[in-house]
Design a protein around this ligand. Sequence first.
Ligand code: GAL
Length: 915
Amino acid sequence: AQADAQADAHDVGYDRHSLIVDGKRVLLWSGEFHYFRLPSPELWRDVLEKMKAAGFNGVSLYFNWGYHSPAPGSYDFTGVRDVDRLLRLTEELGLYVVARPGPYINAETTGGGLPAWLKTVPGRARSSDPEYTRAYREWLANIDPIIARHQVTRGGSVIAYNAENEYAANTDAAYMEDIQRQARAHGIDVPITHNQCCDASWTPTWASGQGAVQIPGVDDYPQSFECREPAVWGTWGEGVTERLSPGAPVYAAEYQAGAIDLFRAGYDKCAELTGPRFMKVYYKSNLITSGATMFGYYMAFGGTNWGRLGQPNDVYTSYDYGAPITENRRLTAKYDEFKRQGLFVTSVAPLTRTEPATAPASGNPSVHTEARANPDTGTQFVLVRHADRTTDRDESADLTWDTPDGTYRLPVHLKGRDAKILVAGYDMGGQRLAATTSELLTHTTTGGRDIAVLYGTEGVAGTTVLRYGTRPDVKVLSGSVKASFAGGDLRLDYAHEGLARVEISGVGRRPLLLLLGTEKEAAGFWRSGDTLVRGTYLVRSARVSGGTVAVRADLDRPTEFEIFTSARRATLNGRSIRTRTNRSGALVARAKGPRPVRLPALKHWRGAEGAPEARPGFDDSSWTAADRTTTASPIKPKKPPVLYADEYGFHHGHVWYRGHFTATGDESSVKLNAITGKGGVYQVWLNGRYLGSAAGGEQKDADAPVNENPGPGTFDVPPGLLAEGEGAVLSVLVENMGHNDDWTADDVRHKQPRGLVGAEVTDNPVTWRIQGTRAPDRLRGPLNTGGLHGERNGWHLPGAPTGEWTATSPTRPVAPGVHWYTTQVRLALPRAQDVPVTLRFDRGEGRYRALVFVNGWNLGEYVNGGIQRDFTLPGGILDPRGRNTLTIAVITEERSKPGGIALSAAGNVLRPGPH
Ligand code: GAL
């Protein structure tokens, strides 16, 4: 193994143009993926294969400190946390990795990835404070060696290491420098990068000076996160990635590929805001204007804030992000556009080294042209877009184009919001592409010929000029294409309609099959190695060996598909298939689609009441006394004791408080104050009587001063409830919606407490006890389980003692409190089919919310009246061919009648068996 690793070891370098591996330039086209948002390692392969099939050659990976560390000194890299497995997978699939271990990552994850236990560590996080230094060095000492052994330089996939995250406010250069010193000491020898927030006006950019990285990059979200207005363009700028360092490639470290749903418009709207037209105009403009050769598209797949993973200000359970691959792992129109661009940028090598060049004159001031050229090959890349990037007008222009092969006058058309990158002077396999007004999807050489796929807007005219010494044989196999030959130029004129096919041969060169299609046709092609496939929902791989091409493909319906290959035989998902060869020289085969599936109705519910803590006689003697008088939190209580949940080790989900006091009989109200994070509530009982609920405090604005009165609630004491001299007990249930991030590195936001922050029962002295999560869950991790009675007693787990529960229905009206429901679901989905299953909540009546547990895993929180009603239940956690335990904890703030709950299929494809 040692020797193999040596043989696989590669050299990674860079210059001002690009990354360079073993002397060969690489254009890094990567997408962001959060393994921690897909707690099902089997599905990591699915997502990464889908990314690879879209033309991504890299994946950008945050590593989430808090996700791995439940307590100081304790780190877990097993099961769903097995990042070594993830990195092995990237290696196997041939995807480069930009490893981003923070220590701070932001990412709308609780605490921005800082572990919750850090809230009780004094000293400012993200600085060189000694206490924080001890903490983050511990993380780096754990994560860096895992990353290091998977570096390209050791035969692995990691091509770059990103230090910190958008570290632009309250910076400390010594800290930035130390992260890198640690990394180097832990064996990191690939280039170190940084993702600078926003633009070069934010300083430092970490391009020079103490703490500087080798390849400084820029994050850019030009569409903003205003998903309610998907038609508004460029709210946050032009989206052109700046060069930060004269000696390093231009790096679009995070470039917008979706959005957080800040204003609760729904992720479909976020996908629209960042849809194919935005992608065309912004991504292509950025490529040509900036000359960037390193990209990280945020997100390629968003995933789920399962458990208590979400940071409450910005997100809810779903982190779909409007990304090209949905939370249910479905491919979208954005995926198609990624494929069109991804195959292009990774097929055309001269793009890896370009300089600004003279652009063809457009002859129409409304049509803007801009060009780059490769100084070695002369190949030109011309951006054609509207001068006003926000317009959706149709425009035409005649390009006067000086190419390496001569001057051409070629018409171009922009229909609606659009941008194209046109290529000239390119040695395309064995051919010479002089110029084209179609866009190049990809080209390959297989079976003794060249094949190129070109495309354009449906109905719009295109021209392609190829150079030949003598007139070649031109055979139009399908579609309508006009060919003419003069002065060495073979000129093809056509309209982009369907898929035209042209065979060009007989000139002593390899023949060329030219496929000219619409955008839609282009998106129908898959590329794996030298092989092209068209007609299936997805192609994961196509490997040729011994005259057979083995295609691993997903099918969403019965279909006929084509394989452009040198092989004469084919297998589909491991089975031989009958093929014939068509006029285009492709193998044609038929494949069946998936069988329809039906999911069972949810029946036979059993239920139990889940708030015994509210009862006066409840025994809380084993609970922790909440009696601390000091706190490391920058927010101090007005009066001791410190009731903050984190101080007592209860970091996630619900906590219960019980406050004991001796009544005077004169109490008229109870005044409480709690911080839950956005969207949280707390509920109060006195001597078993429900007093009501209140909204917990939240940090609304990053820059707001610390709120003196964050989540106030005044609860009237009913007359006669308390009697002079008698013991009384106040029970308070507080939800923790997750911890704030630390985006501005001020330490105040992420250390904001959770739980009660103030309590007054007239002037009575109160002794408090607190209880949150009880048993650590090694399998599911610290974020899975909170402190509800049912959670503490394992009611959410399979095999819970629900025998004594009573038959009921979760749609029965219920009183304020906590109500548990459970049922068994037997699934028998076909083994060869991928059916993403979701749980749908119908709207009910009343203020209530529901935690969803599948086989013990907390897969989200439904809030009645909120935006999210469908919850993804990922396969791996949900057993598609077995018995599943579905358990719901319904938390009601008032008398409520919850709506129905049902399983539904979010897709259905036939897919290859396990690898
Ligand atoms: C960036 C940050 C990411 C993520 C993104 C918005 O500023 O680096 O971690 O938070 O914004 O989704």
